[in-house]
Design a protein around this ligand. Structure first.
Ligand code: NDP
Length: 333
């Protein structure tokens, strides 16, 4: 038997997520690798799954948790053997296939990444899908800047949703690369935290969240946006000639009320970032860079540890914008 969060949806009881005990025999038959999970996390999408606020869960009952790190205990996949240290992000895990907010998981071996050398399972989940997505955003910008001969001194980089998981890790990564990072937040009281991660300036997100002009004063050589909606439109409208915006989130909204002006008059590039189905080579490169570059003390300052039993309440908090940085879940606590 093992502990897990389980989501059920019935006409009688409605949508419910609760801590329960399951039998290993109940794990999905479709997987070819069984993993003893050590650590998982709560991302924004986990909040959506746990609360049912958005229909991210495709079948019931479902174990939520879009990521986990742990040790292989059984495998019929050629790449993995018992004792391997692995991590997983996305591929529909925690949405259409049982996920990581549990002490055991059975998944397809093709979805697993070897835990990079030098990164503990706990640190990997402190980074989690949010931090790995921040890395994908930063990598897209770096490739763009390299192709367009834009060195760090060529302008400021905007990070929106700064106190969130994606935002916090993006600030740390960009500042570590020598960029002048401007953090946009609705929580100005956290300015000290954002500056400790490397933000040079903190701005009120209200400056970006209302409808704005199609072209605005050029400021950003790049943007990491986890917010969407008017914020993303305004970020594009104030990106400098030839700059780039990496869009990965929708914390403000899924809409994009923008004009084509920044793209056709300033050559701005908008990169869409998806972590869920990202190809394996891209994942492995992102995790290797994270393992080699992310400052562990900063990662510790970003991270709060919780137990599996706390995850339901915290899933509500993350959607309410009340979580700062990253949450790592000790599934054995
Ligand atoms: P968090 O909840 O940790 O962070 C989101 C942040 O956005 C909040 O901390 C807050 O920052 C800001 N925010 C919240 N509500 C609003 C609002 N109404 N208007 C403007 N800003 C707001 O989430 P994550 O960092 O884990 O994820 C961020 C987004 O990225 C989510 O939409 C998530 O679904 C998406 N995502 C996408 C992935 C992909 O593959 N494309 C992968 C991972 C995440 P502050 O308080 O500083 O203003």
């Amino acid at each position: 038997m093992f502990k897990a969060l389980l989501i059920n949806k019935t006409d009688e009881a409605g949508y419910r997520c609760a801590l329960t005990e399951l039998d290993e025999a109940q794990l999905p038959a479709t997987g070819d690798v069984t993993v003893q999970v050590a650590w998982s996390t709560i991302n924004y999408k986990d909040g959506l799954a746990i609360t049912g606020q958005s229909p991210v869960v495709r079948s019931f009952p479902m174990v939520p948790g879009i990521d986990f790190a742990g040790t292989v205990t059984a495998s019929s996949h050629p790449r993995w053997t018992v004792g391997d240290q692995v991590l997983l992000n996305g591929f529909g895990v925690g949405e259409s296939h049982w996920g990581g907010l549990a002490q055991m998981a059975r998944v397809k071996g093709d979805w697993l990444v070897a835990l990079p050398a030098g990164l503990s399972a706990r640190d990997a989940m402190a980074v989690g899908t949010a931090g790995y997505t921040a890395m994908l955003c930063v990598s897209a910008l770096q490739r763009h800047w390299a192709d367009n001969d834009m060195a760090p001194g060529r302008g400021e980089v905007l990070v929106t949703g700064a106190n969130g998981g994606v935002g916090s890790v993006a600030i740390a990564l960009l500042a570590g690369l020598g960029h002048k990072v401007v953090a946009s937040t609705g929580r100005p009281q956290e300015a000290g935290y954002l500056k400790s991660l490397g933000a040079a300036e903190v701005i009120d997100r209200g400056a970006l969240s209302a409808p704005g002009k199609p072209l605005q004063k050029e400021r950003w050589m790049g943007v990491v946006d986890s917010v969407g909606s008017h914020t993303l439109a305004n970020a594009c409208a104030s990106t400098r000639y030839g700059g780039a915006v990496a869009a990965c989130g929708l914390a403000q909204g899924m809409d994009l009320p923008a004009s084509v002006a920044p793209f056709i008059l300033r050559g701005v590039t908008l990169y869409g970032i998806d972590s869920v189905m990202a190809p394996m080579a891209k994942r492995e490169a992102a995790w290797a860079t994270l393992a080699n570059t992310l400052d562990r003390q900063q990662l510790a300052s970003i991270t709060r540890e919780i137990g599996l039993a706390d995850a339901v309440a915290v899933g509500r908090d993350i959607l309410a914008g009340q979580v700062r940085g990253r949450l790592v879940v000790n599934v054995n606590a």
